[in-house]
Design a protein around this ligand. Structure first.
Ligand SMILES: [Zn+2]
Length: 377
């Protein structure tokens, strides 16, 4: 008696087709809802490349989306004729058009961005398709070339292209500005985001002091606010750097040329090594965690630094190598003291320009900063 099930008659087959169609439609609607949800989720997703250096209290969880959506204070108002000619493309219906932050056509003017909790120099640069250097170059007044100066609610200028941002001064010339940033002056004149009066006799295009120019492809050295090269022979040369400076020191322990991890936590949280913008690593940890000498040597700086590094220890290993430990909460050694590899020298902290407890650890050989991760783990 399974005939009906095996051989359905005409009307049940018809009903089956209808049910199939309804089912198919429902699947399509479901897929569309899923797509919409995924697009929405993607928008709120944060770049996971950095864990906020502020350690949560135990049990507290940092949500990946904590920073929320990007806030673009000011959308491009002045579009060049070239940019507006791209308008016909607007006819395409974009499902996620509500979430579009960065216009699909090239932006040529400077917009602003409000720093959110959890942002880093690298994540901001990546979100706008720029190099981290460009974010520093565009905001010298706010960040002073130091990624550790980044704080929530700061308003940053976001350049439309990689390069530098320059405020025109009295007596400037286009060629001197172009030379300084190592570009051809035509790059500046022809950039649509700069508004030169090309009808004037003025060789500088009528630019007046106070005008900000975008210098596409422009470069300049980024200031390293870290401690200067301090050897035991020249320890006093860091006198300008803060009250932790030491006097002359002539002898003491010599390092082995091998390095041990300088604290209890092994995670790099915050900024990792970048020779351009952060020649150090930030190691995670709780305030008060022990800090150890990475190799034997002599303490050549121990105390407060005036350049954002808070309480700082610098050890000269006597063989060309030096190590620096910044943002400390306590200093357990003094100037000229010999320390041995792995010895306790102080406590992890959050002093100076630091947003959350971490150890900023630098390693250098003959004055050149290297990535500590290449030497110790
Ligand atoms: Zn750092």
């Amino acid at each position: 008696m399974t005939e009906i099930e095996n051989k359905p008659n005409k009307s049940t087959r018809k009903a089956g087709v209808l049910l199939q169609q309804i089912g198919l439609n429902m699947v399509m609607v479901g897929l569309l809802i899923l797509l919409g949800f995924l697009a929405w989720q993607r928008f709120f997703e944060k770049d996971g490349s950095r864990v906020a250096s502020a350690e949560p209290e135990s049990g507290e969880v940092i949500e990946p989306g904590k920073g929320g959506p990007y806030k673009v204070e000011e959308l491009p108002v002045a579009l060049s004729p070239l940019a507006t000619s791209a308008e016909p493309g607007e006819g395409i219906i974009r499902i996620t058009n509500l979430k579009t932050i960065i216009p699909s056509r090239p932006r040529v003017d400077v917009i602003t961005y409000t720093v959110q909790a959890g942002d880093t120099l690298f994540s901001i640069a990546q979100n706008f398709g720029l190099k981290p250097e460009t974010v520093l170059w565009g905001n010298y007044e706010v960040l002073n070339d130091n990624p550790h100066f980044l704080k929530p609610n700061q308003i940053l200028a976001i350049l439309p292209t990689n390069g530098t941002y320059y405020e025109w001064k009295e007596n400037d010339t286009l060629s001197s500005v172009a030379d300084f940033f190592q570009v051809d002056q035509d790059e500046i004149i022809n950039y649509p985001g700069n508004f030169f009066d090309l009808t004037t006799d003025d060789p500088n295009g009528g630019i007046t002091p106070g005008t900000w120019l975008i210098v596409p492809g422009g470069k300049r050295a980024i200031k390293d606010w870290g401690p200067p090269a301090i050897t035991r022979q020249n320890a006093a040369a860091a006198r300008y750097y803060g009250e932790g400076a030491c006097g002359s020191i002539y002898e003491g322990a010599i390092g082995s040329g091998t390095f041990v991890w300088p604290t209890t936590d092994h995670g790099v949280s915050g900024y990792t090594f970048d020779s351009g913008v952060h020649p150090a690593i930030d190691i995670s940890g709780q305030e008060g965690n022990s800090i150890f000498a990475t190799d034997s040597g002599v303490v050549v700086y121990a105390g407060w630094s005036d350049y954002g590094y808070g309480y700082l220890i610098v050890i000269d290993h006597g063989n060309g190598w030096q190590s620096a430990y910044a943002h400390l909460s306590a200093i357990g050694v003094g100037c000229g003291q010999s320390v041995y590899q792995g010895a306790y020298i102080g406590a992890l902290g959050n002093t100076g320009n630091s947003s959350g407890a971490h150890l900023h650890f630098e390693l250098s050989i003959n004055g050149a900063k290297v990535n500590p991760l290449d030497y110790t783990r």
